[in-house]
Ligand binder design. Sequence first.
Ligand code: ASP
Length: 290
Amino acid sequence: MCQLIVHGGAGKVRNSRSYREGVEEALRRGFAVLEKEGALEAVMAAVLSLEENPLFNCGTGSALNLDGEAEMDASVMTSEDRFGAVGSVKRVEHPILLAKRVMEETDHLLIVGDGAERLARFWGYPLYDPVIESRRDELEDVKRKGSAFLPKLHSFLGEEAKGTVGAVARDRMGRIAVATSTGGYAAKAPGRIGDSAILGAGTYASRWGGASATGHGEQIWRQLLCFEAVEEMRLHPAGEVISRLVREAKEQGCSCGLIGIDWRGRMAQAFNAEAMLWGTIENGQLTLDA
Ligand code: ASP
């Protein structure tokens, strides 16, 4: 049995059909390769499809920093302890592809900014502008509301749709992979890197399971939320662990959502924000958030 679970970010309620269609498309693309190619290729296919979709806050359509630029973070990890990430990359189409190549083709874990873009050019990815008009409007809006300073980002998070994406898969051989990709927040400080690029914070996998987070990145990082979740999956079912951690995170002021799969193939999701987009697929059977 193979499983794939995807999230499309935590934030305010978005009942638009197109968001759910985006999650469904990601699940279908991921599942199409899960059986034959395995967990890593499945999470890649799912996240690539969401990075292409301008509705989601990653790749094309990423949120903009205070300077009006998209600065994207992405990471990938497998249960064989392999990890790669990029942080604060601006002019690439698919940050998640770079993260995978950092994992597979370098000795490093995280490459940021200009260094990551130089690598992208070296690997033959063309210059690409991921900025879309509606994100410029969003940035102006945030600035008008006065939410543009870091201490205020937390309360702002509760109100706005975020659209960070993540995927966790487990293949027939029991291998687990996780991928997470984001543009961060609108009006974040230039150069800011969040949990989505950090091992154990927004992304984590081990033989005991895998998890991907969305929400208030600084708090998720402080709590090493995904590491904590996966460690606990060794002894407890994913559903129990994820619900408890998300509840506790709220008590500590962390607005977030979490998805995961444990080593026995049990999938789970929970969020303490107003809403989170998510969906699962197992043996071709698709479930989307209600
Ligand atoms: N966790 C992401 C970040 O802090 C944002 C999100 O999930 O919406 O960059």
